[in-house]
Design a protein around this ligand. Structure first.
Ligand SMILES: *[C@@H]1O[C@H](CO)[C@@H](O)[C@H](O)[C@H]1NC(C)=O
Ligand SMILES: *[C@@H]1O[C@H](CO)[C@@H](O)[C@H](O)[C@H]1NC(C)=O
Ligand SMILES: *[C@@H]1O[C@H](CO)[C@@H](O)[C@H](O)[C@H]1NC(C)=O
Length: 417
């Protein structure tokens, strides 16, 4: 357990390498979780909580919380939580809505693992925001569909392109419809990628007020650690043949076997590299890591992992590459997948970017490539924050994230209201 826990300190919660940790950790953490009995003696650590996110993580702290459902145009039924106000009622009637979008292989609960004084949704609620927490398709509370079952391959026929075309628009329409107000957005990791891609296509921007992008990933080609390279190669090259259209469930055996084979590659030392890959998170509470282990990781689709790996390898932000000119032609009318041109993001959109000096996934060189796309952005609409000691997970679970990041996000949003 010590080994697993140690390596977890260096864990990213929102990128595909956390799969590696997850698989290493599944057995020990099951036992550990049981002994701790966080969710009560009857439940194992890896079983999803029976109650939704509101009941398990929000109302227990004295906040109001609503469980809601949004159906995407392609039929996925997504769960959404709303924390309409803070603990102290201030009589304010019209609150500013803010939508919070997690990264890959985790779900909305990942924002709620720290105590109320330290987690982003509750800090926003206590600052007068009307808080909405999204849960991406395929994660435990977003696994229903109007006509497909999650054990059918077709249920998993999507990549982050579909999050851009369907998930985000559905949730934005819903929140906008309910509140009648333009939305502030906070994304982490994949939650930044899908937002940037959407904005570049001119989507969502009419319903959006400002966006805060934490640990932004768009360009990933500098994530050049050995295991990263091996994994990305594998995902692009072989995984489709191996898994087909399927669920990518880090808690199940096929993914475990995959991990073992990746770790057996020459020069890949999974224990050491976990830290090196995801960055050395400075500021995680070990109790929060325990909670994380009980609640994450969550599934995504194999196709999404492949698409993310393509981004690592090709260094461009583009749609899913079917790997064959005729397939791409059929799908896009072009032999190569169309790019998301980030230069087309409206220059007057207020954007806050926060990135860390220890973040191996959102590597500084890649962030520089991203920032280059904002060269011509209105200067008073762009705010960039660099936190030297922060790695990927510190942005969602860091003990001091309130002081370092969240207060800045709140101030940025308020400045642009
Ligand atoms: C997967 O979805 C794409 C469109 O997004 C479609 O062209 C393709 O036929 C689907 N594949 C399967 C096996 O259903
Ligand atoms: C870590 O989390 C536990 C459980 O929420 C809490 O009791 C403890 O005070 C936290 N430690 C710090 C340094 O915030
Ligand atoms: C992206 O958009 C910018 C500005 O609209 C344009 O100048 C540039 O040529 C585009 N790049 C690509 C690769 O299409």
């Amino acid at each position: 357990m010590a080994l697993v826990r140690d390596s977890l300190l260096g864990l990213s919660t929102s990128w595909f390498f956390c799969v590696l940790v997850a698989v290493l950790a599944v057995q020990p953490h099951r036992a550990y979780g049981l002994s701790r009995g966080f969710f009560g003696p009857k439940r194992t650590a890896v079983a999803p909580p029976v109650a939704g996110i509101c009941a398990s993580s929000v109302t227990v702290h004295g906040y109001k919380c609503q469980e809601l459902e949004v159906t995407t145009q392609d039929g996925y039924i997504l769960s959404l939580q709303r924390i309409p106000e803070g603990r102290v009622r201030d009589g304010e009637v019209k609150r500013q809505p803010v939508l919070i979008q997690h990264g890959v292989l985790v779900d909305g609960m990942t924002w709620l693992l720290n105590p109320p004084e330290q987690n982003l949704p509750m800090i926003l609620a206590d600052n007068g925001f009307d808080v909405w927490i999204a849960n991406t398709r395929g994660t435990r509370f977003s696994r229903r569909h109007t006509s497909l079952d999650s054990n059918q391959p077709d249920f998993w026929n999507w990549s982050w392109d579909e999050l851009v075309s369907f998930d985000l628009p559905a949730v934005f329409d819903f929140v906008y419809g309910q509140t009648g107000q333009k939305i502030d957005y906070v994304g982490h990791s994949q939650g930044t990628l899908v937002a940037l891609a959407s904005f570049s296509e001119g989507n969502l921007v009419k319903q959006l007020k400002s966006a805060a992008l934490l640990s932004p990933i768009a360009y990933l080609s500098h994530m050049d650690t050995k295991l990263g390279v091996v994994a990305a190669k594998f995902f692009v090259g072989e995984i489709v043949k191996l898994f087909g259209l399927a669920e990518f469930n880090p808690k199940e055996k096929p993914v475990g076997n995959l991990l073992k084979s990746l770790c057996a590659h020459r020069g890949v030392d999974c224990y050491d590299l976990l830290r090196a890959l995801t960055g050395k998170n400075c500021c995680l509470n070990s109790s929060t890591i325990d909670l994380f282990l009980m609640n994450e990781p969550q599934s995504t689709s194999v196709k999404n992992m492949v698409h993310l790996a393509q981004t690592v390898r090709n260094g461009v932000v583009a749609k899913y590459n079917y790997g064959r000119a005729d397939y791409n032609l059929n799908q896009y009318g072009e032999a190569t997948p169309p790019i998301y041109n980030l230069s087309n993001i409206p220059h007057d959109l207020p954007i806050f970017i926060s990135y860390g000096g220890q973040d191996a996934l959102s590597d500084m060189q890649d962030v520089m490539l991203l920032l280059d796309k904002f060269k011509t952005h209105d200067v008073d609409k762009l705010s960039v924050q660099f936190i030297k000691d922060y790695a990927h997970a510190d942005f969602i679970m860091g003990l001091n994230a309130k002081d370092l990041v969240y207060n800045q996000v709140v101030a940025f949003f308020k400045r642009h209201h």
